[in-house]
Design a binder for this molecule. Structure first.
Ligand SMILES: Nc1nc2c(ncn2[C@@H]2O[C@H](COP(=O)(O)OP(=O)(O)OP(=O)(O)O)[C@@H](O)[C@H]2O)c(=O)[nH]1
Ligand SMILES: [Mg+2]
Length: 193
């Protein structure tokens, strides 16, 4: 079977300081920047991943968690395959805010019937966890949302999370926009595994 290439759009949301940018730096560059500043507006990450003989071209939008940027974020939900809602396992308030972010996502999508896979991410699992994770698991189960615990600082669980969501969950690839050489984009079946 010939190797194929798929395009996948992702967006990452959640309160300020939960570690969204650090998580993407860890995943995309396998490094973290301890002098990192709060994100202003939105920044963009790109990564090619090779899994089971196929290439996945990821476009990932890193959004600002600060309230003053809230109105900017919804435009990045459009045509996304996955939305990561990140909270800080050390900060109960950031988990309580996950519901706010999920509602924002719901309010601003579905006009075209597209399904976004929602992934709740508990970051900073390298520190003493103060959020009750059973509550998180129950919250996610009740809503059909996937849950992962990771540490952007140590890298624990990060690659595993991205690999698993790409391979395990159903997502509809983007339209074919590149058609370069032998690359076939956009014919991945729903329900990939
Ligand atoms: N201990 C620990 N600290 C982390 C981890 N991830 C991020 N941090 C720290 O948390 C702080 C905030 O991280 P950012 O990645 O800037 O947070 P953000 O969610 O992008 O924040 P905004 O851009 O303001 O929305 C930084 O001091 C990071 O070093 C982690 O996994 N463990
Ligand atoms: Mg940031």
């Amino acid at each position: 079977m010939s190797a194929k290439s798929y395009q996948c759009k992702m967006v990452i949301i959640g309160d300020s300081t939960v570690g969204k940018t650090t998580l993407l730096n860890r995943y995309v560059k396998d490094t973290i920047d301890l002098t990192l500043q709060t994100t202003i507006g939105v920044s963009f990450f790109h990564k090619n991943v090779y899994l089971q003989g196929n290439t996945y071209k990821l476009e990932i939008y890193d959004t600002a968690g600060q309230e003053r940027f809230n109105s900017l974020v919804p435009m990045y939900y459009q045509r996304s395959h996955f939305c990561f809602i990140v909270f800080d396992l050390q900060n109960l308030n950031s988990f309580q805010r996950v519901e706010f972010w999920e509602n924002e996502l719901k309010k601003n999508t579905n006009s075209d019937g597209a399904v976004i896979q929602r992934v709740v991410v508990g970051n900073k699992c390298d520190k003493d966890v103060s959020v009750n994770e059973q509550e998180v698991i129950n919250w996610c189960k009740g809503r059909g949302v996937h849950y992962y615990r990771v540490s952007a600082l140590t890298g624990e669980g990060v690659n595993e999370m991205f690999n698993e969501i790409l391979m395990k969950y159903s997502w509809q690839p983007a339209e074919d926009t590149s058609k370069v050489g032998q690359t076939i984009v956009g014919d991945k079946k729903k329900g990939c595994c």
